[in-house]
Design a protein. Sequence first.
Length: 367
Amino acid sequence: MIKAKLEVKVKNGKYSIIIGANFLNKLSNIFKKNGVNFNKCFLLIDKKIGIKKIEQISKSIKQKKIIHLFNSSEKNKNISQVIKILNLLQKNNFNKSDCLLAVGGGITGDTGGFAASLFKRGLKFINIPTTLLAQVDSSIGGKTGINTIYGKNLVGSFYQPSLVLADTFFLKTLPKREIICGYAEILKHSLISDKKFFFYLNKNVQNIFKLKSPFIEKAIFKSCKIKRDIVQKDEKEINLRKILNFGHTFAHAYEASMTYSKRLNHGEAVILGIYSSLKFSLENKLINLSEFNLILEHLNKAKLSYNVNKYFSKVDTKKIVSFMQNDKKNNSEKINLVLLRKIGSVDLKKRFNHKKIHFFINEKLIN
């Protein structure tokens, strides 16, 4: 059942984000109704979604298809995997009248989208995100990319999908850890843009964690809408879109410092990054103590782990700062940080010397 639909308008066209439940049996009809036509389909599917869902998706697509099972992990989000996909597309004679359909979390969508952007300078791309994190964040806005030994998402492209289908049916089999990871991005969207939405989350966080309707659908829809509105104004991250990086400069450095270990997944790193950015905002007298405590109370209420000490010690600080310096958003020797003035309002134009950030991590985050 389709419960909500958002249209994303960008420079070179538009596409829809469809939110609902149990519409996997109707994929071909949904493609047709939304003007997404193709001759054959390359299905890039995360192995973790299971054989029953893979068979269901395959049967629902009437066109000729090639299925490639992808072992999604941050370590596999690399150029070798992209080349493997490109070679399979060429081997099976795909052309610009065909499409690549990614089914999986953000890693699968990012890798598949990047491959689609490269193949013959652009293959039609459909994204079916299967995690809450991907449904509210990475599947929207056209950012695709892969990791390198120097950091996360350092190689990539802006390449908009032709369609995004967010089916909450996938969420029911996810462990709570994965739901919490997606919630990190939902919370981020409220903090940077919408105080009223933050209070809605604060009131209904447990219902969202339990995937209760209509709370989960509203959280997904509102989060997608916030990101959609930002992307429409600044598709290529020239200015406004940078607010979506709130918490992520710290988060990506934390992930890279742990060599993308399963001990710390992306959503958990984002929670650490949100707290780190909040604390840094407080230390630099941007956010007041009352608002800081309000957010901290929510993190505690939702039982979101924000203790950097849990993962790092002072011997890690130099490595963390080094990854922050290599962040793709920096265009000078200083480190760019998106900081919070108050709930719903950010400061984009803050750059800091690496020594100041090193001191902050050592003295304020790692005891």
